[in-house]
Ligand binder design. Structure first.
Ligand SMILES: [Zn+2]
Ligand SMILES: [Zn+2]
Ligand SMILES: [Zn+2]
Ligand SMILES: [Zn+2]
Length: 377
């Protein structure tokens, strides 16, 4: 028996261990290594004998195959990201560019919502149900759909528990249970939310491997925020090449944060100018595709009404010089007094802590600071 056959070469139609080829009589039947499909064997004995020698190449190929899938899937945004009326994808972040309708569990873009309102219609622009005007009715609407096992509704109820909205007591464990059920029923948003829960350790024990697992599933189904986060995780690990591949995908879906990160990578010398140019062009194309007359009009109206007011991300500070207090407001509600007994000169230092990773969470710290020296005089 010759032992000099190029055994580990998958192109050869021979057993990688013994070198036997399939014969005309069909007595030798070669089977692929199931994991990597790189090599063939004539039987289990040969496969076993060859295992030690093959292990490394096999593992490497399996990782390559996994990456190929990870990078090639999920370039298109999922169905839930499209406005059901104008059928255009909703700009990111979707929460700022659409309204969620609890009656039909659809996200309607600001453009269509405004157009419908202008026509004098105050009910849901999609299903024509009268919209709920209080938390209890809204919750009841969601619960009706939850009972019917609607994954979007279940995910939404999860959100309400997670944040303690709609008059519900904050319950993060309960939220995670609902996200899990919604994800099993096909909600991509729920996969993203589960990733966030594991990332932050809210409602579950913090577990980055699990966070990545959920974001990966969501990203491969076209979830832009999850794709962006996968890039951030890779960057944190110092894998900038992998990070940029992820961010390029999400940038082309219209994620501005991803373009910003690629820009930063380029400026810091861990990404190329070409990558930045590609990201920017892809992002601009995506934005262009999402434009419509109604949407332009709606955002102009929003800007004229004060862009910050009413947005969930925005907190307001009230400095009351009569009472000597500094209070924080959010969504028109007073959250609490940050400082009291204020008098005389104060200098406030505001720190914005945005790691750039999460599209929807960053921290603002307000602290008393020493007065800066007056350098002007
Ligand atoms: Zn063999
Ligand atoms: Zn193999
Ligand atoms: Zn629309
Ligand atoms: Zn509706």
């Amino acid at each position: 028996m010759s032992r000099c056959i190029a055994v580990d070469d998958g192109s050869a139609g021979v057993c990688a261990n013994c070198g036997k080829g399939s014969d005309a009589a069909g007595t030798v039947k070669l089977r692929n290594c199931n994991a990597c499909r790189l090599v063939k064997y004539c039987g289990v004995d040969c496969q076993r004998a060859h295992r030690k020698q093959h292990k490394k190449a096999c593992k490497q190929r399996v990782a390559e195959l996994k990456d190929e899938q990870l990078y090639s899937q999920g370039h298109e945004r999922p169905e839930g990201d499209f406005c059901p009326i104008c059928t255009l994808p909703i700009p990111l972040p979707m929460r700022e560019h659409s309204v969620f309708m609890e009656c039909c569990m659809k996200r309607i873009c600001n453009g269509c919502a405004m157009a419908s309102f202008k026509r004098g219609m105050s009910d849901c622009a999609f299903c024509r149900t009268t919209t709920a005007d209080n938390e209890a009715d809204t919750l009841a609407m969601i619960q009706t759909r939850v009972a019917k096992k609607d994954p979007v509704a279940i995910n939404n109820l999860g959100n309400s528990y997670f944040r303690g909205g709609l008059g519900l007591q904050k319950d993060m464990r309960g939220a995670v249970e609902l996200y899990t059920e919604a994800a099993e029923l096909g909600s991509i948003e729920a996969l993203y939310n589960l990733g966030n829960a594991y990332d932050l350790g809210k409602g579950v024990q913090q577990d980055m491997a699990k966070a990545v697992e959920f974001w990966t599933k969501a990203a491969m189904e076209g979830h832009a925020g999850s794709r962006h986060n996968l890039g951030c995780i890779e960057a944190e690990r110092g894998n900038y090449n992998r990070a940029v591949i992820h961010w390029l995908i999400s940038a082309k879906m219209g994620a501005k944060d991803s373009v910003e990160n690629i820009k930063r990578a380029f400026m810091e010398g861990v990404g190329t100018k070409e990558q930045y140019a590609e990201a920017l062009k892809g992002y601009q194309d995506a934005v262009e595709e999402m434009k419509s007359h109604d949407r332009d009009e709606a955002s102009a109206l929003r800007r004229s009404r004060g862009a910050l007011e009413g947005q969930e991300k925005v907190a307001g500070l009230l400095l009351d010089l009569d009472e000597g207090t500094l209070a924080v407001y959010k969504n028109g509600k007073r959250l609490g007094v940050m400082q009291k007994g204020l008098s005389g000169e104060y200098c406030w230092m505001i720190q914005v802590d945005n790691t750039g990773r999460h599209m929807c969470s960053f921290q603002v710290l307000v602290e008393k600071a020493t007065m800066p020296a007056d350098t002007c005089e």
